[in-house]
Design a binder for this molecule. Structure first.
Ligand code: M6R
Length: 609
């Protein structure tokens, strides 16, 4: 997730405005910043790694000349957060400049093709193929306008993009296009603006034109023309008046970051499916060779590791130890060796406990692998190989999209390892891969159809002093995560454990009306889970269940239920089944008048042990 901004002004300089607007997009990424303007037939460009204020102090982003320009604030995915990888990126001759938010999945193939045709690349980014592809298209079709060349070039891009292009070849235009990454236009009497998000131009104008997926835009000082990429049809669109306050706008109109981040999970999950094969192969090779594998993390990331231990075991027959990072050194420090592999999982890549486990393992010569959201974080620097979960900045203290994104990556790793080891049939492999592709749509459907129901459940149980969250098998990880969410933002003490454990102690807490939430995918433990529900029900518990659609057996014995679409393989079930639990915690916090984004005593990134 990066932020892009551009403008064509009638009066005034573009660069200070782009600089100011990029600051409003910094929540989308802050690894590097860059601006390019057009003035008297030349491109003026400044870019560097670091936060906008730091880069501005060094290079003064405001003194570029010209009324037209584009800029970018980066969240690194392909290529480290270095100056060389910062946007804007240029073609060989420095005539075409591009900023881009998204991931070009086929960039390696395109890069090879372009290199074979004499193009020289300077960065490690996927984006750099775009200016070269436009340049190459113009070379092959000298009669083309800039817009024709961009139009032709983007048809060859696979993946997600919101991009903006300027060129000295036609210095009065900005060309943009969108596929799966956000892009909006703003308009006022002084010009046209493009941005990843409305807040970027809200102080300048409240008139916005939404660009849809699969659309292409030519902006000049006289106006903007929107075309559908598939058939070149011209799309007529009038500006809408946006009546959000600046604070609402940063949250895209949602009242809290947490709900925004829950709702954006379908798109972040789609992003996780774009991870380069190369990284999945490399990490699964290390896992395959290890004598013992430790999955080390804290909080939500630990719950993802717990679920992953079931994935690796069931799909690749690889036993792993999921370990709380804060316990790693005490529990396993002495048994770690040169033959051990540690897969450290951390959204921030900066959690002190996780990093200290890594240090302990490094001292014993173990191999360190990382899964994180923040490329350039300490974890990426200390890992032999790391992989990015690609879910964009998470602002809410409660990790939501982190859990589902990490799980999606870990499931892909388990599948890759399974393939390497030949452990499951091709049919099963194909089925799981297909289902994984469907998960983003399934999550979208759950949010669309079940959120209101969950809200009502939160209202009904807002009296509760304690909650149980129970599941069997991989669903016990989902239960732990649901319980953590409810505790941390709604301050409701809640206890999670594998459902089979209840009769070994916790069931003594049950009295009439005690809410017990069961996670019930239709897997191998379904029948036993029904017995666990009956044990609770017999003692007066109120049963809330997260079930598959049409699971009448559990519906009948539940006081309340939330339905998940049918046919999700057990191994992938934590991804959709956790979503109602995230929503439950969110609505419970609201019921109690709490701000879910800023729970007391907690920090987004815990950098102390
Ligand atoms: O950045 P990390 O994934 O390493 O963070 C780990 C935990 O601190 C984090 O998941 C925390 O538990 C969240 N508040 C959970 O919502």
């Amino acid at each position: 997730m990066c932020g892009i901004f551009g403008c064509i002004l009638k009066e005034g300089a573009a660069s200070p405005l782009i600089h100011e607007s990029l600051k409003k997009l910094e929540y989308r990424g802050y690894d590097s910043v860059g601006i390019v303007t057009l003035n008297n037939g030349e491109l003026q460009l400044k870019k560097d790694q670091g936060k906008i204020d730091d880069v501005h102090r060094l290079v003064n982003l405001d003194d570029l000349e010209g009324k037209i320009g584009i800029g970018h604030t980066r969240w690194a995915t392909h290529g480290a957060p270095l100056k060389i990888n910062s946007h804007p990126h240029l073609d060989c001759e420095g005539k075409i400049a591009v900023v881009h938010n998204g991931i070009i999945e086929n960039y390696s193939e395109l890069k090879i093709e372009l290199e074979n045709n004499g193009h020289t690349f300077v960065s490690k980014t996927d984006t750099e193929v775009i200016p070269h592809l436009i340049e190459y298209t113009l070379f092959k079709n000298p009669q083309y306008s800039l817009a024709d060349a961009v139009f032709e070039a983007i048809k060859r891009l696979e993946g997600s993009y919101a991009l903006a292009v300027i060129s000295i070849l036609e210095p009065d235009k900005i060309i943009c296009a969108r596929n799966e990454s956000p892009l909006v236009l703003g308009v006022n009497e002084n010009g046209y603006y493009l941005a990843s998000d409305i807040p970027a131009f809200l102080p300048i104008t409240n008139q916005a034109i939404i660009v849809n997926d699969g659309e292409f835009v030519i902006i000049s000082s006289k106006g903007c023309e929107i075309k559908r990429i598939s058939d070149s049809a011209i799309m007529k669109r009038t500006p809408k008046i946006i009546d959000w306050t600046p604070e609402m706008a940063v949250k895209k109109g949602y009242p809290h970051f947490m709900i925004k981040e829950i709702i954006e999970q379908p798109s972040t999950l789609r992003n996780t499916l774009r991870i380069q094969d190369h990284y999945l192969d490399l990490i699964s090779t290390f896992l395959d060779r290890a004598k013992d594998v430790f999955l080390v993390a804290c909080g939500t990331s630990y719950h993802a590791c717990l679920a992953a231990s079931y994935m690796f075991s069931k799909l690749a027959f690889l036993p792993t130890y999921p370990v709380y990072a804060s316990e790693f050194t005490e529990q396993h420090g002495k048994s770690v060796s040169i033959d051990s592999t540690i897969l450290a999982v951390s959204q921030s890549g900066e959690t002190a406990d996780t990093l200290s486990s890594v240090t302990c393992a490094q001292q014993r010569a173990a191999t360190i692998l990382g899964l994180t959201n923040v490329i350039g974080s300490t974890l990426t620097r200390v890992s032999r190989v790391y992989i990015g979960q690609q879910s964009g900045p998470e602002i809410g203290v409660a990790a939501t999209k982190t859990f589902t994104s990490e799980l999606s990556v870990l499931a892909q790793l388990a599948l890759r390892l399974s393939k390497k080891r030949g452990k499951i049939s091709q049919d099963e492999m194909d089925n799981l891969s297909e289902k994984l592709e469907e998960i983003p749509n399934i999550v979208e459907q759950i949010i669309r159809t079940q959120a209101e129901k969950v809200k009502q459940i939160a209202k009904k149980y807002s009296y509760a002093k304690t909650f149980f969250f129970l599941g069997r098998g991989i669903s016990s990880a989902t239960a732990y995560e649901g319980s953590l969410k409810l505790m941390e933002i709604a301050y409701i003490p809640s206890i999670a454990f594998p459902a089979g454990e209840s009769k070994h102690g916790p069931i003594s807490l049950i009295e009439p009306g005690f809410p017990v939430l069961f996670i019930c995918p239709k897997d191998g433990s379904h029948k036993t889970l029904i017995s666990n529900i009956m044990e609770m029900k017999a003692r007066g518990a109120s049963i809330i269940s997260i079930i598959e659609e049409e699971d009448d057996a559990i519906k009948k014995i539940s006081d309340d239920y939330v339905e998940i679409p049918k046919g999700i393989p057990e191994i992938l079930s934590p991804i959709p089944f956790v979503v109602p639990l995230q929503l439950l915690a969110y609505y419970m916090a609201l019921e109690k008048g709490l701000n879910p984004d800023t729970p007391r005593n907690l920090a987004k990134c815990v950098t102390v042990k």
